[in-house]
Design a protein around this ligand. Structure first.
Ligand code: WAQ
Ligand code: MG
Length: 268
């Protein structure tokens, strides 16, 4: 079938991506402001592009002077996944939040030395726009993306299904929680991912999370100070046979998160 014909059919999805920076493009040393990745069918492309445009234009990290938005047809089947179980842990202070995050990581068998190393890398690369990959055997950062990091892409969650989920779990229907849970679900689905540690680089958002297959998506309500623009996204990996294949999965495997009410085994 020709592309022209195919794009008219429902079921063809496009990966739409945005990145915005200030004081020049990322590759010219600009400050990362915002990024975003969604899936859209042909008919909704203008809304998808517009939503990403708005995300980048109105950002607490500043007004960008560089933005790139692109879309491309996805030529392979989209994998469906159930969202990780969500748990919210209320904490009173950053110290409590941070030590709780470390405890969760240790529960996953990650050694203290690995965690310390992660915090070191984090201060070294605080303006990064992607994630850092840390091997829990060698305690080394294993991706070769330096100040860029690895950006997970080609994933989404259809709004109607997400809203049903949000109602059930009494979660705010904002795209931040949706995007983070989508990313965490995709990343932690891979057998080589042991756990993920994340908090936002947006100065006004201080809730973050630790996620893993066993623990689910563990939100922690205070992981940094208001006003702090240093974010964090670290994937702890183990037993990785092929780094290239793993990064390809993160960047290229199309994924839809889909929640099924009937089969949900939630216990809280
Ligand atoms: N792939 C890899 N890394 C990413 C991606 C991506 N698609 N998107 C963001 N990052 C990295 C990047 O280094 C950012 O600086 C950092 O993560 C934080 O990104 O209440 O909003 O989009 O349950 O600012 C989590 C809690 C919010 C949500 C996380 O992250 C909740 C958040 P942000
Ligand atoms: Mg951000």
């Amino acid at each position: 079938m020709k592309r022209e014909e195919r794009k008219l059919l429902d079921g063809n999805y496009y990966s739409v991506r945005m990145r915005a920076a200030k004081n020049g493009a990322h590759e010219h040393g600009g400050k990362h402001i915002s990024g975003g990745e969604v899936l859209s069918n042909y008919g909704n492309l203008k809304y998808a592009v517009n939503a990403l445009l708005e995300k980048g234009l109105n950002h607490s990290r500043g007004n960008p002077d560089f933005m790139q938005i692109q879309f491309e047809l996805i030529d392979e089947p989209i994998k469906r996944m159930k969202p990780l179980q969500i748990v919210t842990n209320e904490v009173d202070s950053i110290e409590e939040g941070q030590s709780f995050a470390r405890r969760l990581l240790e529960k996953e068998g990650i050694q203290r030395a690995s965690i310390e190393k992660a915090y070191q890398f984090m201060t070294e690369y605080s303006g990064i726009r992607g994630a850092m990959l840390i091997d829990i055997q060698s305690n080394e950062r294993i991706d070769d993306r330096k100040e860029k990091g690895v950006r997970v892409s080609r994933m989404d969650w259809l709004d109607t299904n997400f809203e049903k989920w949000a109602n059930c779990y009494m979660m705010p229907k904002n795209s931040r929680v949706k995007e983070a849970l989508v990313l965490a679900t995709k990343v932690n689905e891979h057998p080589a991912t042991v756990a993920e540690l994340c908090w936002s680089d947006d100065p006004e958002y201080i809730t973050g999370y630790v996620a893993s297959k066993k623990l689910g998506y563990q939100r922690i309500t205070k992981l940094k100070e208001y006003g702090d623009e240093r974010g964090c996204r670290i994937f702890f990996v183990n037993g990785l046979t092929d780094l290239h294949t793993y990064i390809h999965y993160l960047e290229k495997q199309p994924v839809f998160v889909e929640w099924e009410e009937e089969n949900d085994t939630r216990s809280n």
